[in-house]
Design a binder for this molecule. Structure first.
Ligand code: V47
Length: 368
């Protein structure tokens, strides 16, 4: 077994050295390996071979959630509520602008990352209005808003196509899409964890359409629940295929399942082990040879493990964030905000060069 595994990774090492693309079987060999250190070393080598250097990126951003009211009931989600439940909120465009402007006096964020539930109690004009108002109030701030699932929800609210919805949002000021809502594409997994959600092909098609309109996007995978290694690899390769076709993904973000306050907590599920989080960073870096950046999302894995992940293929720690709700509803114990100085310190302590970027990875400032 050990010998077979060694030879498997040895083969993959050779392929990486020869710039050969890894296939499904290679992906499976990587996922099945417990040699996490070797995976990390391979991923870091592949990253450098493709032109990556010592830079580690972060963005100064603000998280907003326009509503936590959601019709879908995904089993992994601890954030969503129904309209009648205590704590339900839906903010108007004016309220979101007021909140963002207040935060702007405290931090000079360059990006607003806004996602929310699929509320049946709003219409498409609501979404266009909040984008337009935020854009008018802060035209220099990049609006990275709404998952593909939310875009799909807007087609249901409006009767418009995905392309029409995206065009209207883009014309109102939308800059890019975040990568949420992808979960794991395999039908079996979707039926178990998100039976109320649209078919996974819709996520792919929505991102393809966005890329066609010149709207860059991000991609994710929510791992650590019912998915098999095969299903993880399949997910990553479907992302790679789309990137081959369009080149529109800016970064991949592996998202570790957080079980607290979800139905899975009642079944005794626990958080993913750190070794799995590192494996996911490494394997995704190895398989997604065409996606420029892999994020070690510190909100999810904590800053110390994110520092290690920077040596396992990741080159981005996402951002300063300010007020994260989705992972904290599900038991994340990290802070909800980091100051730039702290991100810089953490990146430097990991032996890397901090670079503050904008959403599109233009360099704004570097700390040598
Ligand atoms: O869409 C929900 C996932 C996503 C849980 O694009 C959960 O740069 C784990 O997409 N445990 C939201 N995951 C977060 C997200 C994201 C984060 C950082 C950067 C970017 C980017 C995107 O989180 C959801 C869903 O897929 N999620 N509940 C949970 N309990």
């Amino acid at each position: 077994m050990a010998v077979a595994e060694l030879s498997g990774l040895g083969l993959i090492r050779e392929k990486i050295g020869a710039n050969e693309r890894l296939d499904f079987e290679d992906g499976l060999t990587l996922m099945e390996s417990d040699d996490v250190l070797q995976l990390g070393e391979l991923a870091d080598a592949a990253r450098r071979r493709r032109g990556g250097a010592d830079e580690v990126y972060f963005v100064q951003n603000l998280y907003l959630n326009q509503t936590n009211v959601c019709r879908v009931k995904c089993k992994f989600c601890a954030f969503a509520v129904t309209q009648k439940q205590e704590g339900a909120y839906t903010y108007t465009g004016a309220e979101l602008v007021e909140d963002a402007l207040r935060q702007r006096e405290l931090t000079g964020f360059t990006e607003i990352h806004m996602v929310g539930g699929e509320s049946p109690h709003v219409d498409f004009d609501y979404y266009v209005d909040i984008i337009r108002k935020l854009n008018e109030a802060m035209p220099e701030v990049h609006l990275k808003c709404f998952t593909a699932s939310e875009i799909h929800h807007m087609t249901k609210l409006s009767g418009l196509t995905h392309e029409e919805v995206l065009r209207e949002l883009r014309d109102a000021g939308l800059g890019s899409l975040p990568g949420g809502g992808a979960e794991v594409f395999a039908d079996r997994v979707r039926r178990l964890v998100a039976p109320g959600k649209e078919h996974p092909d819709v996520w792919i098609d929505t991102h393809r359409t966005a890329h066609g309109l010149g709207i860059p996007t991000h991609c994710t995978m929510l791992y650590g629940h019912v998915e098999t290694y095969e299903e993880r690899v399949d997910h990553l390769l479907r992302l790679r295929d789309l990137q081959d076709e369009t080149g529109g993904f800016l970064a991949f973000i592996p998202l570790a399942f957080h079980p607290e306050n979800t139905v899975f907590e009642r079944r005794g599920w626990t958080f993913t082990p750190g070794s799995d989080d590192l494996k996911l960073i490494a394997v995704s870096r190895l398989l997604l040879d065409n996606v420029p950046h892999v994020k070690a999302y510190w909100i999810m894995m904590g800053l110390p493990l994110a520092q290690v992940a920077l040596h396992f293929g990741a080159d981005d720690v996402q951002g300063t964030v300010v007020r994260e709700e989705i992972f904290h509803a599900a038991g994340a114990e990290t802070e909800t905000e980091q100051k730039i100085e702290e991100l810089v310190r953490v990146i430097q302590a990991a032996g890397r060069v901090p670079v503050q970027r904008d959403t599109l990875y233009n360099e704004l400032r570097r700390w040598e």
